[in-house]
Write a protein that binds this ligand. Sequence first.
Ligand SMILES: [Cu+2]
Length: 222
Amino acid sequence: MPLAGLSACAGPQSILDPAGPAARTIAALWWGMLAYGTLALVVVAALWWRGLHRRHAPPADTTRPAWASRWLLVGGVLWPTFSIVVLLAFGMPAGHGIQALPLPAGAPRITVDVHARRWTWLVHYAGRTTPLVNELRMPAGVPVDVRVHADDVIHSFWVPRLQGKVDAIPGRVNALRLQADTPGVHRGQCAEFCGTGHAHMVLNVIVMPPADFARWMKEPAP
Ligand SMILES: [Cu+2]
């Protein structure tokens, strides 16, 4: 998106440069929250500025005037309540829409098992005996259900241009769905501190044309 380019926020690991439907939903929510938060900041700063520069003597009567209670009611109760309702009205459908909900029977999909281990990602495909290391291959335009496992400590699976993050927790399997619009390479990163090698726990997601992916899946694994 042009705005992302302007703010230098494009790149292989940017949530502001989405490359799939789920990431687009998250980015739209992020821009909306930024706009609303900016509006709130401007209004509060303007009121603060006005209060700072008001020149009048303090009232002789120190009992609280009616307008002060009205400010408290509007600014302290009604506006925050309205803001939370607006956030939920957009946030809940967005969160629901990016979940790995069951797909219709017969819909094309791929399932991979990703094992997080200090400090690598092992990506297993059904029918291939050898896992990929720090690399996930997927076809463009097809939902890929990722089953996220942890083999030692808690990690977090995150490919910002395609989806939100999900924790990898020992003893549990968490699910997440990736989908990419077009072929390309995206960068994933462990998003939960897991030890000294955490910053280097990178996953390259290679999105291939569907025919190339099908050919690669049929190749004998090395
Ligand atoms: Cu980590």
